[in-house]
Design a protein around this ligand. Structure first.
Ligand code: SF4
Ligand code: SF4
Length: 105
C-alpha cells in the first residue's frame, strides 16, 4: 500500500490548473521512459514505482506501464534520479525526436 492509498489525511494534492496555469508549460526537459527497462512494464506486475513515490508533483500514475501527466510535469528530473533501473531519461523539450509520453486523461 502506498501513502496515497491509506485513509489518512495527506498534504498531497491532485494536479490541477492553478493561478500559474499548467505547470508543464515551464518545462525545459521531459522524462522519457524506456519500458524495456521499467520493472513493472517488464514483469507486467506491480512493483517498484519509485518514480511515483518521489515525484514532487504527483503526476506519475502507478499503472502498467506508468504514465506521466506532461501538462503538470515540471521536468525536475527527480524521477530519473530515483529510478532504480535507469529507465527514465530526461530529454530537452526542443528535441524534435523526443517521444511524447504521459497523456492527460
Ligand atoms: S520530471 Fe519526473 S519527478 Fe519531476 S515533475 Fe516530472 S514526472 Fe515528476
Ligand atoms: S522507478 Fe523506474 S523502474 Fe520503477 S516504475 Fe518508475 S520508471 Fe519503472
Amino acid at each position: 500500500m502506498g501513502t496515497r492509498d491509506c485513509n489518512h489525511t495527506s498534504a498531497m494534492a491532485t494536479p490541477s490548473v492553478g493561478e500559474a496555469g499548467r505547470t508543464g508549460d515551464w518545462r525545459t526537459q521531459r522524462p522519457v521512459v524506456d519500458n524495456s527497462k521499467c520493472i513493472p512494464a517488464k514483469n507486467n506486475s506491480p512493483g517498484c514505482f519509485s518514480c511515483w513515490m518521489y515525484c514532487p508533483e504527483a503526476v506519475i500514475k502507478r499503472t502498467i506501464p506508468i504514465a506521466i501527466d506532461l501538462d503538470y510535469c515540471k521536468g525536475c528530473g527527480i524521477c530519473a534520479e530515483e529510478c532504480v533501473s535507469g529507465a527514465i531519461t530526461m530529454v530537452p523539450e526542443t528535441d524534435p525526436g523526443a517521444p511524447k509520453l504521459g497523456v492527460r486523461s
